[in-house]
Design a binder for this molecule. Structure first.
Ligand SMILES: C[S@@+](CC[C@H](N)C(=O)[O-])C[C@H]1O[C@@H](n2cnc3c(N)ncnc32)[C@H](O)[C@@H]1O
Length: 398
């Protein structure tokens, strides 16, 4: 989306506002983009800690960090700690036996379920990670710098590495199982060197920083919306699936929190009370939640950008519904673009993990004023914005 219309729109709108607020920051990609490209502070919010940790690692810093220092102060000690960690020898033994996926998984699960070790080893060893990868992740979590930018950058690098190495299809709703077809993906994932991936992520994140320091917080967008200011540019990219995001990202959430309770099920889920839940992901509540957030933002008088899939989604909303709700409180400019998209199993029409779908980008201006500072009309993506919202939406929907 950032390279498909959204980035241009943000470039155009941000200068006439005093702060950018990403109320559903997720991976932090949009917050990073605005923090790097504009001279405005960013406030990033999400109900999941891992998303806030990723956003904070970049938007909370105004200068680059040297990755070589963090490699020697964080990664190298963790590598050393593994050498003396319980079960390291047994775990490495399993890695080097050349077992078939079924046997490797069986033995790995047996080792991790009988042994009392770190949280990743206990909860996810033999499932999302090999026992040796799990020991490495536990050591890295234990040896994260205590505070400050070093901790934020190292935690983000660890989250990205853990996501890249998980034996799961794109997200961690369920790990691959050692079947005839999926077994090879387990081998591929379990052969990844966690330390190498952390170093790679460190190099990438250390170089990124904001122009002006921003903040990130774990919070409910509905609660934060009412506290915003008139000159804020607010971005809404809310859930579209009728399943809570915590189902897909609980492994990363455990790493961000540093703990999790007893896990259960094929997905190795933590107990329900540890899984953030959202009204936007409940079919019966999503419309009301959207109405409330739009109403709050219109009362504040801020300008809002919303992205949402055009078609009907499994949380009961569609781009058209969102457009209709928005037009009650705002003057709306609508653009329709094609995106490569993760369905999270949530799109009713197309079930493959990534697919092309139509997405709407809505620019909502307060109904009772022109804008914080009027921005010029400009072509964006495949459609052209029009001042008349009805016209624009018709053009988008024809
Ligand atoms: C579609 S994703 C956002 C993706 C994000 N724009 C990115 O670049 O990765 C939706 C996000 O909303 C978060 N979320 C769901 N309900 C929320 C709420 N009430 N308040 C804040 N965040 C919420 C989810 O945890 C998820 O990260």
């Amino acid at each position: 989306m950032l390279s498909n219309g959204l980035g241009e729109l943000l470039h155009r709108e941000a200068p006439s506002h005093s702060r950018f607020v990403d109320l559903f920051c997720g991976s932090g990609a949009v917050s990073w983009f605005v923090a790097k490209e504009s001279r405005h502070p960013v406030l990033a919010v999400d109900i999941q800690e891992y998303g806030v940790a990723l956003a904070r690692a970049v938007i909370g810093r105004t200068s680059a960090v040297r990755p070589s220092r963090l490699k020697s102060q964080f990664v190298a000690p963790a590598q050393l700690a593994c050498q003396t960690a319980p079960y390291w020898r047994e775990a490495n033994g399993l890695d080097s036996m050349g077992l078939c996926p079924a046997e490797w998984t069986y033995r790995a699960r047996r080792l991790c379920s009988t042994a009392d070790s770190g949280v990743i080893f206990r909860a996810y060893g033999g499932h999302y990670y090999s026992p040796s990868q799990a020991i490495a992740l536990d050591a890295l979590m234990r040896l994260l710098p205590a505070k400050g930018a070093d901790r934020e950058v190292c935690l983000a690098a660890l989250l990205i590495a853990a996501s890249d190495c998980a034996a799961a299809p794109g997200h961690t709703a369920q790990p691959f199982q050692p079947t005839k077809t999926a077994g090879t993906y387990i081998q591929e994932a379990w052969n990844k060197d966690i330390f190498l991936y952390v170093c790679k992520s460190l190099v990438e994140i250390c170089a990124l920083h904001a122009q002006v320091r921003g903040t990130a917080s774990v919070d409910d967008a509905l609660a934060v919306a009412a506290s915003l200011a008139r000159d804020d540019l607010v971005f809404l990219d809310p859930p579209y699936a009728g399943v809570h995001y915590s189902r897909f990202y609980h492994v990363l959430e455990t790493i961000a929190r540093g703990r999790c309770g007893a896990v259960s099920g094929v997905g190795r889920y933590p107990p329900p009370e540890e899984r953030p839940a959202s009204a936007f992901s409940r079919k019966g509540e999503s419309r009301g939640a959207f109405e409330r957030i739009l109403w709050s933002l219109s009362k504040v008088g801020c300008t809002v950008i919303v992205t949402f899939p055009a078609g009907e989604c499994s949380n009961g909303l569609s781009g058209q519904t969102v457009l209709t709700l928005a037009e009650r409180h705002f003057r709306v400019e609508c653009t329709r673009v094609d995106s490569r998209f993760s369905t999270l199993g949530g799109n009713n029409l197309l079930r493959s993990a990534r697919t092309t779908i139509h997405e709407m980008i809505l620019l909502l201006r307060p109904a009772n004023r022109t804008s914080a500072r009027a921005a010029p009309q400009q072509q964006i993506g495949r459609a052209r914005h029009a001042g008349n919202s009805r016209l624009a939406s018709e053009r988008a929907w024809v």
